[in-house]
Design a protein around this ligand. Structure first.
Ligand SMILES: O=C(O)CCC(=O)C(=O)O
Ligand SMILES: [Fe+2]
Length: 182
């Protein structure tokens, strides 16, 4: 299997705190970091968590979760975390979504992505739609919706976020890197 979930990687108050840190990062940069992706494939606002002292615990928790899951389940050759933590906001106002895609791409970083981890930051009752789905080739796996739940999958797997039809969904995404799959 190329997917694995971790229940309660963050508590719901920790998830709230991550949202707060991302809003502060965005305010500090005049809202321009990452910015708004507004096209047919993806409609979301992106912020990157700075690695200042009060956000360092977030990365530590992610690295621990990924390392444990990789040891127990994936066994991938993972060497580094080369990208900052991404907080995405999908809003009802523009039916935020992310169509089917793989996280492995042409770029110097995207080429070396091995494992993707996505953490739910919003409470599942706070929005409708906005489901993170992973295509297992015929069957679909829906990620748990409670705040703090983590879903990990091989970065080459197709996944999507269905349109948010009510409320707002925040998610935290991080990629780990290593030698290209072969
Ligand atoms: O927000 C999510 O649940 C998924 C984000 C994602 O797939 C990505 O940033 O590549
Ligand atoms: Fe993705």
């Amino acid at each position: 299997m190329f997917t694995h979930s971790i229940s309660g990687l963050f508590s719901s108050s920790e998830a709230q705190e991550v949202i707060r840190l991302s809003q502060r990062a965005q305010a500090a940069s005049g809202g321009l970091v990452g910015g708004l992706h507004h096209h047919n494939i993806r409609r979301a606002t992106i912020a990157w968590l700075d690695d200042g002292a009060d956000a360092a615990w977030v990365m530590t928790r992610i690295v621990e979760g990924v390392a444990r899951a990789n040891r127990d389940c994936f066994g991938f050759d993972i060497a580094e975390f080369k990208e900052r933590l991404q907080v995405a906001t999908y809003d009802e106002s523009d039916t935020g979504h992310y169509d089917w895609h793989s996280d492995i791409g042409e770029g110097p970083l995207a080429r070396h992505r091995k494992l993707t981890i996505v953490v739910q930051l919003s409470e599942g009752e706070g929005y409708e739609g906005g489901a993170l789905e992973i295509n297992l080739g015929g069957t679909m796996l829906s990620a748990a919706r409670e705040a703090g739940e983590a879903m990990l999958f091989a970065s080459f797997m197709l996944h999507r976020v269905t349109p948010v039809t009510r409320g707002r969904r925040y998610s935290l995404t991080c990629w780990s890197h290593g030698p290209q799959f072969r």
